[in-house]
Design a protein around this ligand. Structure first.
Ligand SMILES: NC(=O)c1ccc[n+]([C@@H]2O[C@H](COP(=O)([O-])OP(=O)(O)OC[C@H]3O[C@@H](n4cnc5c(N)ncnc54)[C@H](OP(=O)(O)O)[C@@H]3O)[C@@H](O)[C@H]2O)c1
Length: 295
């Protein structure tokens, strides 16, 4: 079970986490039709993650999956878990952020949240007010880290400036081996300023799970050097081999996928292997088949 420091601080986390965003229409339909099976599978997937050494869970008030996380973490020691959730931009006022925190904590069944993130960028004045509430929550010990998500570089810098007593610990961005534009600006800034990155769409929303177009060389070389590995494992390992401050948060609602993804931890690729994977992916003209989304 691999553990690394989060943001160079006390709490240790698995270098690979688990995301919990499912299409919200599924949640609405499931509620109406009382579909328990699908819900149970998602809870099982999160529990499988915990049983496979993943203790880093990402959710959001928007996803409506905080109650699933609450169900999944029953029986686990809270201190052994790292739970990240997010507040929506429509709630970026001082009072509303605190209300959202209280609602999320209740939905999750926890007293504190490890990483509380502003889900999307907004006007500077709204961000400033929301961050004031975040600092209050930090002072109260209700949140352990302040995070942002989907902030461009200017908004990231502004968010850091707005904070008076605490710092931005992490940002969450669309990032994977086929979609690397944040390596130009956000990554260098975060590295310089000690900000961790949660990589969402680490498997490009499920497109980066087959060897199609990537060539056999990648699998063969990695397997020769590290033992048998699958494409999802290699693609997730890329983050942690290349950066020690980036944490991929793949979503897998299929417990078998979760077990597979946990095999991305505990080993590292060398620089040549990293480059070989990047070249193989860019050779398939990634830009034409990997899109952008924000959820
Ligand atoms: N901050 C933001 O704005 C934002 C935006 C998007 C996402 N997120 C976060 O990031 C997380 C990940 O994003 P995502 O879920 O959209 O994309 P993703 O993790 O790149 O891909 C998820 C897809 O990959 C499949 N998958 C996972 N592991 C697999 C494996 N080993 N083999 C084959 N298929 C596999 C999943 O299938 P199954 O479900 O069938 O296992 C699912 O269809 C979200 O859950 C959420 O927590 C944040």
């Amino acid at each position: 079970m691999e553990r690394v420091k989060f943001n160079n601080e006390d709490k240790s986390v698995s270098p690979v986490g688990i995301g919990t965003y499912y299409d919200p229409s599924w949640i609405a339909v499931a509620k109406i039709l009382k579909i328990r099976k699908s819900r149970k599978q998602k809870v099982d997937a999160i529990r499988t993650a915990l049983g496979s050494g993943i203790n880093f869970i990402d959710t959001a008030e928007m996803y409506q999956t905080e109650p699933l996380v609450r169900e999944a973490i029953q029986g686990y020691n809270r201190e052994d878990l790292f739970i990240a959730t997010k507040v929506l931009p429509t709630h970026y006022s001082y009072e509303k952020v605190i209300k959202s925190f209280n609602r999320s904590a209740k939905n999750l069944g926890v007293k504190y949240i490890d990483l509380y993130q502003l889900h999307m960028q907004s006007s500077y004045s709204k961000i400033q007010e929301a961050l004031r509430a975040m600092e209050y929550l930090m002072d109260q010990g209700k949140i352990r880290h302040i995070g942002i998500s989907n902030f461009d570089l200017d908004h990231t810098k502004k968010a850091s400036e707005f904070l008076k007593k605490h710092e931005i610990s992490a940002t969450q961005m669309n990032f994977n081996v086929a979609h690397r534009n944040i390596e130009k600006d956000i990554i260098p800034y975060c590295k310089e300023n000690g900000i961790s990155i949660l990589a969402y769409f680490p498997l490009s929303h499920g497109k980066l799970v087959t060897s199609e177009g990537m060539g056999k060389e990648v699998i063969e070389t990695i397997t020769k050097n590290h033992g048998p590995k699958t494409i999802p494992q290699i693609v997730l390992n890329w983050f942690i081999s290349k950066y020690d401050f980036v944490y991929p948060i793949p979503r897998a609602s299929n417990p078998q996928h979760v077990r597979e993804n946990s095999g991305a931890m505990g080993w590292r690729m060398n620089e040549d292997e990293i480059r070989m994977l990047e070249d193989a992916v860019s050779n398939v003209k990634a830009a034409t088949w990997f899109g952008d989304h924000t959820t």
